[in-house]
Design a protein. Structure first.
Length: 145
């Protein structure tokens, strides 16, 4: 972060004092975007449930196939958008913590935690939709062909 800040100060393009900004073609930015995608995949893997039911198997297969596309960076924005809408729909159906009475504390707390954890994954996916996959992705590699 110190290296990124020193590069931003040397170019004079830092708008906010004390906050580092990365240039568009910066190597640090591409590494950060790659590591962000990989960490987002790890966050998604914590949402998987290994139960034997048809709905759960379909959720896992669709989610894992979209996460693989995100990890390698192929059709990343589309895969992130589809996965975020899929997760929002599943989240409101599966983790309906507002319908549980608060006297069943352990289930209420678990569903609330899982609901907001899923929302944080959706937020990360929407950031990838807005910013893009970065330099180390199949989408970027296809542009060079």
């Amino acid at each position: 972060m110190l290296l990124a800040e020193s590069q931003a100060e040397s170019t004079g393009r830092n708008i906010f004092a004390g906050l580092p900004s990365l240039s568009e073609n910066s190597r640090q930015k591409t590494y950060m975007q790659l590591s962000g995608r990989v960490l987002l995949v790890f966050m998604f893997l914590t949402l998987l449930r290994f139960e034997i039911s048809f709905l759960q198997i379909v959720q896992n297969v669709i989610g894992l196939s979209l996460v693989v596309l995100i990890a390698v960076g192929y059709k990343t924005k589309l895969a992130c958008l589809v996965l975020s809408t899929w997760l929002i729909a599943i989240n409101f159906y599966v983790n309906a913590w507002w319908s549980i009475p608060s006297d069943v504390s352990f289930l209420y707390d678990f569903l609330k935690y899982d609901f907001f954890q899923t929302l944080s994954v959706v937020g990360g996916l929407l950031l990838v939709v807005a910013i893009g996959p970065g330099g180390y992705s199949m989408d970027e590699h296809k542009k060079k062909w």
